[in-house]
Design a protein around this ligand. Structure first.
Ligand code: BGC
Length: 427
């Protein structure tokens, strides 16, 4: 059926004219404020993509156009390389996933834009833990918005595989090796690992925290204190780290982290040590926590928490409509609704305080409780493998040493320590 002409409609409904006018004005207003948001991220695995979809849907619901700028590669090293070339050529996206101390490094370059008006209107100072708020600010101004809190030092296990192997989920490193032996005997890969430098460092920091303890971790891997790096504890941690290698499989080199999670999901491997973005993969595969998979603190790490906070840094933009879209993005990301939907898919917990966790699973509830408890006890620590602890230069150099050590037949813990001492100078 043809739609009636506005004139005919007005004849039948005299009030239609003002209504049509209002509708037209409304659309014009929406058109004027609608902009484009381009967000650089590396959320491309099954669970990550579901979370990224929540971000896209939130912006589209506000009338903006979403331009996806996804650069695959866990840990984000490739994404950072691409981002640098885009910014250098004067073509920055609206926002990019930049985290930890790197936020300050980017802000110093003068390419980020303050979003204090949004932060003030949305009361971010009241809604964020102070340590997080401080990290999002440069010279007192918010230049980034935090998305979530990931816990890095988790162990994910397949309970059915453990049962078949007669193995007990480990709570410390001795138990880890006992379980790994039992899993090996049962013909499964004990530990699913992907031999990429950021995954090697993720595993190494779990050993450093679980075996060396929080004080050692803070001194050696956050403060980069030479005495802690050269200590007998570091030697022991390096030896334990290397002892894990025979429990990984020969196809580990180069494997993506989500494919490693896939091995645990399929029951081809018993465990994975990885941040809780791995939970996003289990959930995306339709698996239920507590039934199909379990989450445990990484061995020896019950009372510690290594955190990784995803955040979106805001770049200086020229077009007003795009600035408006960027501000809507920042406001939406800190909104309670988004914090729930994004984090349910991502495997993380909301960074905004006071969001109800009713719809979250027990792993997320444990994570939230441990985050609060470790913050109080002083054992809440930044993840070095995920850009939370040290400068990008030091992190990169340490990553290389740890991977070289992991892959070398000859390098001893003492050799690795010498190289770590040199890497720690890259501040
Ligand atoms: C990011 C996560 C991401 C993970 C794997 C981490 O560094 O913070 O958001 O899911 O890498 O790609």
């Amino acid at each position: 059926m043809n739609s009636p002409s506005p004139k005919a409609a007005r004849r039948r409904h005299p009030q239609a004219r003002p209504l049509l006018l209002a509708a037209a004005l409304g659309l014009a207003a929406l058109g004027a404020r609608a902009g484009e948001v381009e967000v650089l991220h590396w959320w491309t695995s099954g669970g990550e993509a579901r979370a990224a979809q929540a971000l896209k849907a939130t912006l589209q619901a506000k009338g903006h156009t979403w331009k996806d700028f996804a650069v695959a590669g866990g840990g984000g090293d490739s994404a950072m390389t691409v981002l640098k070339s885009r910014v250098v050529s004067g073509n920055a996206p609206s926002a990019a996933q930049i985290k930890g101390p790197a936020l300050q490094e980017w802000a110093r370059e003068g390419v980020l834009s303050p979003i204090d008006d949004v932060a003030r209107a949305e009361r971010w100072d009241e809604l964020l833990p102070k340590v997080v708020a401080d990290q999002m600010k440069y010279r007192g101004s918010y230049i980034a918005v935090p998305v979530n809190v990931h816990r890095v030092n988790w162990l994910w296990a397949n309970p059915e595989v453990f049962k078949k192997a007669g193995a007990k989920p480990p709570t410390n490193w001795d138990e880890f090796f006992a379980a790994a032996d039992a899993l090996k005997k049962a013909g499964v890969i004990p530990l699913a690992h992907g031999g990429q430098n950021w995954q090697d460092l993720t595993l190494f920091e779990a050993v450093a925290l679980g075996q060396g303890g929080p004080e050692f971790y803070a001194k050696a891997l956050v403060q980069l204190d030479p005495a802690a790096i050269a200590s007998p504890t570091m030697e022991k941690v390096l030896a334990t780290f290397k002892r894990i290698k025979p429990y990984t499989d020969k196809n580990a080199p180069g494997r993506d982290w989500n494919l490693a999670t896939g091995l645990v999901i399929k029951g081809e491997a018993g465990m994975q040590i990885m941040g809780d973005w791995a939970k996003g993969e289990f959930l995306a595969a339709g698996k239920k926590p507590g039934r199909d998979f379990v989450c445990l603190a990484a061995p020896g790490a019950v009372k510690t928490f290594s955190y990784n906070i995803d955040s979106l840094a805001m770049f200086a933009l020229k077009k007003d409509a795009n600035v408006k879209a960027q501000k809507d993005l920042a406001a939406a990301v800190m909104g309670a609704e988004f914090q729930e939907s994004f984090n349910l898919a991502k495997g993380s917990i909301p960074v905004r305080q006071g969001v109800k966790l009713d719809r979250f699973d027990d792993c997320a509830k444990a994570s939230a409780a441990d985050f609060a408890a470790t913050a109080k006890a002083g054992t809440l620590l930044p993840s070095i493998a995920h850009g939370m602890a040290v400068s990008a230069a030091a992190e990169g150099a340490i990553k290389d040493v740890i991977s070289n050590y992991w892959n070398s037949e000859r390098m001893t813990p003492a050799d690795a320590i010498k190289r770590l001492l040199a890497a720690a100078k890259m501040r």
